[in-house]
Design a protein around this ligand. Structure first.
Ligand code: PLP
Length: 279
């Protein structure tokens, strides 16, 4: 129950931030979640790289890679050195009188902690998901702590007994509330292009590389809800989700998709498992 806050390791109930912290007051911060399999970092460089890219996009002057040893220390201090876990990292612009513009000379607030996660058994999941309108802003490429639209969407799904949402913007699937979406059609894999409408998932990018290794063609092209009839398989990816197939899709009250096949999802899950559990 220890967290790292601005250079110090503290009990979580003793770690305090100012009420004028901009992540608290305005959602003016960037976060990252990076996984550890049996205590071993997986794609840590890619996660730190995305953190750096997002910080640069909102002009927060901070070296994300300086946190690399601290991320590893969080795992060992939490006694998770040989377990499955993740590290949450949050970089806030800092504490300043409330303004909409970026204040000058603020010191970033850095929060980081490790927590255990269940990464085993993802291959046994099969999710029922709900289509929701993508009500987020136009910079979904920025991993901002301002997650209200994602939270509202996911609450609707979970309270109705669904596992996740598939968000649609102008009828096109963008991503899940906290996952990336892949569609399989004619043996080819489709996923939304990495533009401002989605977060460029680290797992997404890894899965695209795995497809290349397995000679599975990938097209970065958005899929429309009306195209669901032609889709054979759908799977979701994410740091803690890993690779999970979609069983059914519901839109409003109506079932609009039921999985027909699972071959490509299973092939990808198998290599993903081998890579993440490699000794
Ligand atoms: N899309 C959104 C909106 C997310 O919040 C996340 C992760 O939390 C993802 C996609 C998956 O990204 P990653 O594979 O980097 O975890």
């Amino acid at each position: 129950d220890e967290v790292y806050l601005n250079g110090k390791w503290l009990k979580h109930d003793e770690a305090c931030v100012s009420v004028f912290d901009r992540a608290f007051m305005l959602g003016d911060g960037i976060y990252e979640v990076t996984p550890f399999y049996y205590g071993k970092a997986f794609l840590l460089e890619a996660h730190l790289n995305r953190l750096q890219t997002c910080l640069n996009k909102i002009q927060i002057d901070f070296d994300a890679f300086s946190l690399k040893p601290t991320v590893k220390e969080a795992i060992s201090r939490a006694g998770l050195g040989n377990k499955d876990a993740a590290v949450y990292i949050q970089v806030s612009r800092g504490v300043a009188p409330r303004t909409h513009y970026y204040p000058e000379k603020v010191k970033t607030t850095i929060l980081l902690y490790a927590f255990p996660v269940t990464l085993e058994g993802f291959e046994n999941k099969n999710w029922d998901v709900l289509v929701s309108e993508d009500k987020r802003w136009h910079r979904c490429d920025i991993k901002s702590t301002a997650l209200l639209a994602n939270v509202m969407a996911n609450e609707e799904a979970v309270s109705r007994g669904f596992n996740e949402n598939l968000l649609i913007r102008k009828g096109y699937f963008t991503e899940g509330s906290h996952t990336s979406i892949f569609f399989v059609k004619y043996g080819m894999v489709f996923t939304h292009p990495a533009n401002n409408d989605i977060l460029e998932g680290i797992t997404r990018n890894f899965v695209i590389e795995l497809c290349a290794e397995l000679d599975i063609e990938v097209k970065e092209k958005a899929v429309h809800v009306d195209e669901l009839v032609e889709i054979d398989e759908i799977f979701l990816t994410g740091t803690t989700t890993q690779i999970v197939p979609v069983n059914t899709i519901t839109r409003v009250e109506k079932r609009v998709y039921t999985a027909k096949k699972d071959q490509i999802t299973r092939r990808l899950q198998k290599v993903f498992f081998e890579r993440t559990r490699a000794k």
